[in-house]
Design a protein. Structure first.
Length: 155
C-alpha cells in the first residue's frame, strides 16, 4: 500500500512524520545516535529484513537525515552518518525515550539509560519552558492553525 505524502500540509508535525514517521526509521536514527554506521550494524541491531532496512535508509538519505560517507576505516564500504538535520532529531528521540520510560515499563523493570558523558549521570527530563520561564504542559499551549489555501485550478 502506497503511503500518502504530506509535504503540502501546513502542519509541522505532519511534515516531520512524512520524513521520519515510520517506527523503523526512528529506530535507525536512534541507532545512529548510538554510533552505528553500517548497513550490517543496523540490520543486526534491529533484526529488520534487508529490503525494508534498505528502503528506510534510502528514505532517510533522500530526506537529508542521513548521508552516505566513505567508511571511517578506509575500506571500500560506505557508512550512514547523521546530518545536521538528523542530529536535530536528538530531542525527539530523547522525548520518545522518556515517554517510553514513563508509560511502557513495569515498576522496577530494567531498561537502558541515557547518560550525560561528562557527568556520568542520567540525563534530566526534557522540559518545555514558556517565554517567561514557567513550564508548559498540554493545557498551557494551543496551535494557531495556518490559513487553508484553496488549490489553484489547472489551465
Amino acid at each position: 500500500m502506497k503511503r500518502t505524502r504530506l509535504e503540502g500540509t501546513p502542519c509541522p508535525v505532519a511534515r516531520a512524520l512524512d520524513a521520519v514517521g515510520d517506527g523503523w526509521s526512528l529506530l535507525i536514527v536512534r541507532d545512529a545516535f548510538d554510533g552505528l554506521r553500517r548497513f550490517g550494524e543496523f540490520q543486526k541491531s534491529l533484526g529488520l529484513a534487508k529490503n525494508i532496512l534498505a528502503a528506510r535508509l534510502r528514505l532517510l538519505v533522500a530526506e537529508g537525515v542521513l548521508e552516505l560517507a566513505p567508511a571511517s576505516d578506509g575500506s571500500a564500504y560506505q557508512e550512514y552518518v547523521l546530518t545536521p538535520k538528523g542530529r536535530g532529531l536528538f530531542h525527539v528521540v530523547v522525548g520518545l525515550r522518556q515517554w517510553g520510560e514513563d508509560h511502557c515499563f513495569a515498576p522496577g523493570e530494567e531498561r537502558s539509560v541515557l547518560v550525560d558523558l561528562s557527568a556520568e549521570r542520567p540525563v534530566r527530563r526534557l522540559q518545555l519552558p514558556a517565554q517567561d520561564g514557567r513550564l508548559l504542559g498540554p493545557d498551557d499551549a494551543v496551535v494557531k492553525k495556518a490559513p487553508v489555501r484553496k488549490a489553484r485550478a489547472k489551465r
